[in-house]
Structures are given as structure tokens and as C-alpha cells.
Design a protein around this ligand. Structure first.
Ligand SMILES: [Zn+2]
Length: 325
């Protein structure tokens, strides 16, 4: 009995020991695995840190970034380089309007409009004098005509070179239109004329107010915004030229510069030079100018009306200019 009791107690002890060992082993295993957790999260954390921060964006983003990065420069180059070129090419266009007449020196001399004909002889070859109509009327004679059959050793005047009386800028280059034929208008800022000249010219008092009674069918006449009523100019028109001028609007012309040749185009019956002098707003430019013809375009009739009857371009006696000392 005692032996049985002894054996069973030994079994219990063994069992307890085994249990204890097993438990200890389990506990050791548990502490070992649990000790791994702090590392794993730490590793995860570092992955997350490096992931959440630029790394992840870079990892997932780097393909995305390289794509935009590859296409972005392309877009920048495509839209960017022309944009850079355009302002580069565009900046010079901002510069040209700079030719400021303000700093130009005063004009020193008047030049004869006809090659080889002295200024002092112009009176003697005047075939039709200046006879201004009433304001708003499209009749009378708004300029002066020069014509001769014989002058010194020259017979006939067809093809005689026409010269610019004043330096200036081409304001209109008309190509065989009615009534002026082949014609050209040169603008010279009044600020370039000496004060004594302006007194002698006996220019009309410029109001800038349009004529009330206009005896001509005209489109509504609103002056273009670029007309400078603060800085008036003299406009000289040379008409009935043999051929269209080779000059273009905006071209600079010197005193005595060649404009064309004497002819009889437009409303004219013989070779002569018709010269008009008008006072008007600075910066006016006329693309075409005609009236009375069936095929005249609206803006050409408008220009004709502006020039002839509106009152914005007031006539002056050309001989006052041509007889300046
Ligand atoms: Zn005339």
C-alpha cells in the first residue's frame, strides 16, 4: 500500500515537474514571441515613416512623378518655348511705335513738289487755284493745281517726278481711285514746324468739332480712337499721279523725297499735280479713299467723307506753305 502511495506521489511530483517545465517553456516561448512584436511594429513604423513621408509618395509616386516629370517639361517646352519666343519676338513690336516726333528737330526748309521747278516759279504754273467750298460741301477746289506745257527746256509734264514738300510719314497710298487717281498723303506733325511758319501758314482755327451740315451721303463718322486731337498734323495730298506710289503707309519720307510721277489718273483731264494741305488730328491713316463710284467700299467712302467734308481735316491754302521763305 505504502509503495503504491509512494509511486502515485512520485507520479504527481513528476507530473507537476513536467507541468512546471512545460509551463516554463511556454512562458519562455511567450516572452520570446512577445519580445519580437516591439521590433516588428518598429520595423513597420520605419516602413510607414519612410512610406508616409516622401518615400511612399516617391515609391508609388515616383512612376507618377516621372511621368509628369517627363511630360511636364514637354508641356513646358511646347507651350513654354513659344511663349518665351513670342514675348521675345513681341517686345520689339512694342518698341517701334516709339518714333516720337517730340524730339525731332524743327524742319529747316520747304521743298518744291515738282522736280526741276523752283518754289518761286510755282505761282506761274498754277492752273487752278485753291477755292475752298463752304464747310461740309464737296465742291469748289480744295487744293491747288500745277500744270505746264513748257517749262524751261522741258515739254509736257507727264512723268515729272513729284517730291515731298515736307518730311513726314505716308498716311495714305491710293491706287487709282476716284477722284484722286493714284495719290499719296504725307503727314507732318505740326510740332516739327517753326513757330514763325505756323503764323505765316494762316491755318484755320482747329475746333475738332465735326461739320453740322454735310452735303454728301456719308456713313456715320466716329473718329478712330488712335487719332490724336491733342497733337495736330499737316496732311499734304498729291493726286492724279501717273502710277501708284511705291511707298506704303507708315513709310518715312524726307523733304524732297520722291513720291511718284505727274499723270492724269482719276478725275482729271490733263497731266497736272493737284496738291491739298489740311490740318487734322495726328496719327490718321487712310486705307483707301473714294466716293461716287458703284464699287466703292464702305470704309473707303468713310475715309473720303472724313477727309473732304467731316471738318476733322480742315483745308489750308497750299500757296501759303509753298511761299514760305
Ligand atoms: Zn485740283
Amino acid at each position: 500500500m505504502k509503495r503504491k502511495i509512494f509511486l502515485s506521489s512520485i507520479r504527481r511530483v513528476l507530473f507537476t515537474v513536467i507541468l512546471a517545465v512545460l509551463f516554463a517553456g511556454l512562458a519562455a516561448a511567450c516572452t520570446q514571441t512577445s519580445s519580437k512584436f516591439p521590433i516588428a511594429p518598429a520595423a513597420k513604423k520605419t516602413e510607414l515613416d519612410s512610406g508616409e513621408s516622401p518615400a511612399v509618395v516617391r515609391e508609388t509616386g515616383s512612376p507618377l512623378m516621372t511621368q509628369p516629370a517627363e511630360s511636364a517639361p514637354a508641356i513646358v517646352r511646347e507651350t513654354g518655348s513659344p511663349l518665351i519666343n513670342q514675348p521675345a519676338a513681341g517686345t520689339p513690336t512694342l518698341v517701334p511705335p516709339a518714333p516720337t516726333p517730340t524730339f525731332s528737330p524743327l524742319i529747316q526748309q520747304i521743298c518744291s513738289p515738282l522736280e526741276g521747278v523752283a518754289l518761286s516759279d510755282l505761282q506761274s504754273i498754277t492752273s487752278n487755284p485753291f477755292q475752298p467750298p463752304k464747310p461740309g460741301m464737296d465742291d469748289g477746289h480744295m487744293g491747288v493745281d500745277f500744270a505746264f506745257y513748257r517749262y524751261k527746256d522741258r515739254v509736257g509734264m507727264q512723268g515729272l517726278p513729284i517730291h515731298s514738300v515736307l518730311p513726314g510719314i505716308v498716311s495714305a497710298a491710293l491706287d487709282d481711285v476716284y477722284p484722286y487717281g493714284n495719290a499719296i498723303i504725307i503727314e507732318t506733325p505740326l510740332s516739327q514746324l517753326p513757330g514763325e511758319w505756323i503764323k505765316t501758314l494762316d491755318l484755320p482755327v482747329y475746333s475738332g468739332v465735326p461739320n453740322e451740315n454735310i452735303n454728301l451721303t456719308c456713313p456715320p463718322m466716329y473718329p478712330p480712337v488712335n487719332w490724336d486731337f491733342e497733337h495736330l498734323s499737316l496732311y499734304l495730298l498729291y493726286a492724279h499721279m501717273l502710277e501708284p506710289t511705291s511707298l506704303q503707309r507708315g513709310d518715312q519720307v524726307a523733304c524732297g523725297g520722291e513720291l511718284g510721277y505727274v499723270g492724269t489718273t482719276g478725275y482729271s483731264v490733263n497731266d497736272h499735280l493737284h496738291l491739298e494741305v489740311r490740318l487734322g488730328p495726328g496719327g490718321a491713316s487712310f486705307e483707301g479713299m473714294t466716293h461716287y463710284t458703284a464699287n466703292s467700299i464702305l470704309h473707303q467712302r468713310l475715309n473720303y467723307c472724313f477727309w473732304r467734308v467731316s471738318g476733322f481735316f480742315q483745308m489750308a491754302e497750299p500757296m501759303n506753305l509753298l511761299s514760305l521763305p
